[in-house]
Write a protein that binds this ligand. Sequence first.
Ligand code: ARG
Length: 579
Amino acid sequence: MQSVIEILTAKVAEAFKKCGYDLPVIVTVSDRPDLCQYQCNSAFAGAKAYKKAPFMIADEVAAALSEDEIFSKAEGVKPGFINMTLTDDFICKMAAAMAEDKNLGIPECAKGEKIVIDYGGPNVAKPLHIGHLRSAIIGQSLKLIARSMGADVVGDIHMGDWGLQIGLVIAELSERNPGWKVFSPDFKAGDEVPELTAEMLNEVYPAASARSKTDKEFSEKAHTCTFDLQNRREGYIALWKEIMRVSCNDLRSNYDKLNVDFEYWYGESDADKDIPELMDILEKKGLSYESEGALVVDVAEETDKAPVPPVIVRKSDKSSIYATTDLATLIQRMRDFSPDKIWYVVDNRQELHLKQVFRCARKAGIVPECTALEFLGFGTMNGEDGKPYKTRDGGVMRLSDMIQTVTDAALARIDEQGNVTENREEYARKIGMAAIKFGDLINHRSKDYIFDMDKFMSSEGKTGVYILYTVSRINSVMRKTDEKGRFIAISSDTERDFLLSVINSPECWKNSLSEKAPSYICDNVYNLAVAYSRFYHENRIIDEADENKRLTRLALSALARDMLVKHLEVLGIEPVDRM
Ligand code: ARG
């Protein structure tokens, strides 16, 4: 369905035309709600073209608009604004139409688009740390936003499962257990493979990584293991598969708790089969050349303000690296999906890497111009000291520990309030997740933010808990009646204000999609919740004696709940029916 801004834009454009002006028209929600609900400043653009004072044009257009019965007021205001206010009847009808719409009036403006989102990006064998939290929750949210606006979206986790970290783990395990058959050069399919556990991997990787920094021989061994793995040495592949099995189970359980899912669990290893083609293309196009033993491609451009170094596509030891697998993955993505867009939800600090990859992919013709490659960087989650969030003892915070911490805090809160007695754990998980997800997503993704548990858990202010609380409050109203609401007429200012925020919501969704930033959805759901709360405090609902008022308020409450839940849904936040 058309949004109110779209309807107004069409009407104002028609009025301009009727008055003899051919001008591009923009209508926005008014930034002076005390004066009007909507405004249009396009008369200013007409001043030059038509050699007329803008207010004269504005006056004429406003007069033409006044004839339309959707406006209670349309006026030209000096020096040239067109201010518009809708009738309550139109606002009410618009809200009713949105309530009926299968997408609640959220525009499906991304229909027909195919989008691949690369997010999550965990590294196999390394424990998930909180840096991976942001990619997962931002990526999941962008996927759901684009999907609910009509796009065909698939998410690919793009695991780091083929690089040095695996070589380190293999090297460390082989030092500790030299007798394992998988390390023997004559290992063959069917030979015994040791069973690993997540706890083991969590201990082995940090030990190996620390050792490689001081022990040169060990570090070389890890590189050799990486190279041999990439060249499919059988014992290593068997061990790698076991590492993958354990790691993926562990990852899945963490992502499940976050309510984050992926259509494709591909890893860098899956790109391996496309590497020969990649190398072939780069060579045939004369793009790759040897430099200090490595194979590189120049990607600098004349207009670069900061230097963009050549991208390394094969190291001097002949093993493939991060950029190699990212480029080969693009071959696979184009072949399998031929998407219109590929979005990378990756830490800001990897911007240069992806810039190099994108440029190389364009130069090589792997990705055509009509497919957009977009780096959607995100900032760092900091502790209260403004430095990357750490555990109390200064270590890197594990994602699983963080999930436990918030769940515990939510449980303590539930028990303190005493409203929930059954399924406490499940409620606690949902509330805890709402707190951290909203606390993260409310910030524009590109910004750093401070993780502040007390703030995120507060039931007041821009928090997930406040939104959940508002939903559960509406639920408790609805539980008390069987009556079905109907939009009949607006009878109070707070009703009008709330419904205006509803009918203005589509523009926030459009902004969120065009900027690829869930923060717009967070701001909007907060505004809706605040407007509903004001309405709730000032009006009777089920015990209102006047039937028209009562039915309208019930319909408004049902719409409020549906809208809030729809916003929460795309933020990846599950509502609770009581709190
Ligand atoms: N595994 C990487 C890391 O932990 C993130 C992967 C991002 N995606 C990509 N296509 N490079 O830093």
